[in-house]
Design a binder for this molecule. Structure first.
Ligand code: NI
Length: 142
């Protein structure tokens, strides 16, 4: 594993904000402020790049639905087959007698991933759906 080159720069912010940052650094168990700020920067970069249509992203789509609703499972399966290029894997959990949760691992250009997520979440019968975007990991090195 190669060690990334570090750059040092100073940030000015209010003392109150620094105090709250330090409280969070301690509460979350970071070794220092720099680690916490680097995580925040990476999180913002993931979110920013998730808005860029051709940028390669990974993520999960979580869906909750009542499997007794007419045609819902056939509809969700049809959509998944039409977007098999973006769907890597699917996990199905029977939450209770009526409700199912599906978690789909997705990857591809941001626009294509969002399109399949939107179609699944908007499908009639889905009670709640959410796309969580993450990085493919390649852009942040080691
Ligand atoms: Ni089920």
């Amino acid at each position: 594993m190669n060690t990334p080159e570090l750059s040092r720069f100073s940030i000015s912010m209010s003392s109150d904000l620094v105090r709250q940052l330090d409280e969070m650094v301690t509460a979350k168990g970071y070794g220092n402020r720099s680690q916490a700020v680097a995580d925040m920067v990476r999180a913002q970069l993931v979110e920013h790049r998730g808005q860029m249509g051709d940028h390669e992203i990974a993520g999960t789509v979580t869906l909750v639905y009542d499997h007794h609703k007419r045609n819902i499972q056939a509809l969700l399966t049809d959509i998944q087959h039409e977007h098999q290029g973006q769907i890597l894997s699917t996990l199905h959990v029977h939450l209770d007698h009526n409700n199912c949760m599906e978690v789909l691992a997705v990857r591809g250009p941001a626009s294509a991933v969002k399109q399949v997520a939107d179609r699944l979440i908007a499908a009639k019968g889905v009670k709640h759906g959410k796309l969580t975007v993450t990085t493919t990991g390649q852009e942040f090195g080691s």
